[in-house]
Design a protein around this ligand. Structure first.
Ligand SMILES: N[C@@H](Cc1ccccc1)C(=O)O
Length: 418
């Protein structure tokens, strides 16, 4: 076999738990997290923490159902193989339409969002003027190259990025923590009054824990060592939950709920929010740190999503790990989002909106459905997630609730704040 590039995961027998956990956390922590405070403006801190905890539990559970099911197939089998076997043609279409579509859209969104950031950083750092499309190409080639090197390369780079993120994050939240006030966190308006706003927030809070397209890649990364997969998924999910908690605590503890109304009116994007934080605490340095953190959050999420998409496409097209297949897989994975990124460099916000619509299908619903069919067939006896079918149905119902909220939100039928 000529896996000069790809056999990286086979070289070392047993990759560390931390590496897999950073792939998971790196994928999860991205655009979703950046919009958490804005999406929680209505329900505010108390409810957002309760719902985040529920989302965290459900996302972890569904990831484990996916891993449980994945143990019945060859290493490298992704959604395509599993849905085809368990749910037939409709399942395959559902997986292609959700995993494929969402991953492409996310890759495109990250390339188009990343290119403007990269262009301005290169201009200020090296005095080199670059068009957005050139920066998009550079972004895609460098990060895409890392993904093609295999999961071990992604594991290393993700670990470095998560390290940089945690440092910048702790520095900025640490500096902000002096400003956090409990009256801002728990304002006069009681939880009964903010409850109607939870429905609009649920889809975004739930999808911020989305990383499930990388779970088959992580199973392959650990060569189907179920114990290691579970620990990596658990650690990665806990890492994401801890960072989200600190993030909510500091942002919702420094910017008044009433001031968030303005942020929402300004389009609710990250820069509007960071500006509000800057106004509340008057700190240029915090702004810089937060933007640095945001950039790494997007880059590491790109790596994870692209790794999942590469494995998904290879599985879909029946490609192996040879150099030739890797080149084909790489072209199929990276060319479409790069071309889109070059042609429409400003589609970030619109694209993310579409992505969250379909993500709940592969984050919650498909993993439960696949695992259920395999359990009914008497499979998955050796590695079965605890909690019986009751837990599985609960997660499934939660997934349906997320989809319902999303649909109602799209139809404009949910209460909005302000
Ligand atoms: N959780 C990611 C989005 C994502 C969803 C589903 C799978 C992979 C990534 C984010 O918040 O940006």
């Amino acid at each position: 076999m000529s896996e000069a590039v790809l056999a990286t995961s086979a070289k070392t027998k047993s990759p560390s738990i931390v590496g897999g956990a950073t792939i998971i956390a790196g994928t999860a922590i991205g655009a979703g997290m950046l919009s958490l405070p804005v999406m929680s403006a209505g329900m505010w801190f108390g409810w957002s923490m309760i719902i985040l905890a529920i989302c965290c539990f459900c996302a972890y559970s569904s990831a484990m159902y996916l891993a449980e099911a994945n143990m019945n197939y060859h290493a490298g089998a992704s959604y395509a193989t599993m849905t085809k076997d368990t749910l037939g043609k409709p399942g395959m279409f559902a997986s292609l339409g959700s995993v494929g579509f969402v991953s492409y859209i996310l890759c495109y969104a990250y390339i188009s969002g990343g290119s403007s950031v990269l262009a301005s950083s290169i201009a200020s750092g090296f005095g080199l003027e670059m068009a957005n499309w050139q920066a998009g190409l550079l972004f895609g080639i460098v990060l895409g190259g890392i993904v093609l090197l295999g999961s071990r390369a992604v594991d290393r780079v993700s670990t470095i990025m998560i390290g940089a993120m945690i440092i910048s994050f702790l520095l900025s939240t640490g500096m902000l923590s002096a400003e956090v006030s409990s009256t801002t966190l728990f304002p006069e308006v009681g939880m009964a009054d903010t409850m109607p706003f939870i429905w609009l927030g649920i889809p975004v809070l739930a999808i911020s824990f989305g990383y499930h397209s990388t779970v088959p890649s992580v199973v392959k990364h650990y060569q189907k060592d179920f114990g290691k997969v579970r620990n990596a998924v658990l650690l990665g999910t806990i890492l994401a939950m801890s960072i989200y908690t600190l993030w909510q605590l500091t942002i919702l503890g420094t910017v008044e709920r009433s001031d968030f109304a303005q942020v929402v009116k300004d389009g609710g994007n990250v820069s509007a929010m960071i500006a509000a934080v800057g106004e509340a605490v008057d700190g240029q340095f915090i702004d810089t740190l937060l933007s640095f953190f945001a950039k790494f959050a997007l880059a590491s999420s790109f790596l994870g999503v692209a790794l999942g998409l590469l494995d998904f496409m290879k599985d879909q097209l029946g490609l192996g790990d040879s150099a030739r297949d890797t080149v084909i897989g790489g072209a199929v994975t990276f060319l479409p989002p790069m071309v889109l990124g070059v042609v429409f460099p400003n589609g970030f916000i619109t694209a993310i909106g579409y992505a969250s619509l379909l993500a709940s299908i592969f984050v919650f619903i498909l993993p439960c459905a696949i695992a259920l069919v395999l359990r009914r067939r008497g499979k998955s006896t050796e590695h079965r997630v605890a909690g019986g079918n009751g837990r599985l149905y609960m997660v499934l119902v939660f997934g349906v609730l997320v989809m319902l909220c999303e649909t109602l939100a799209l139809l404009g039928m949910l209460p909005t704040y302000p």
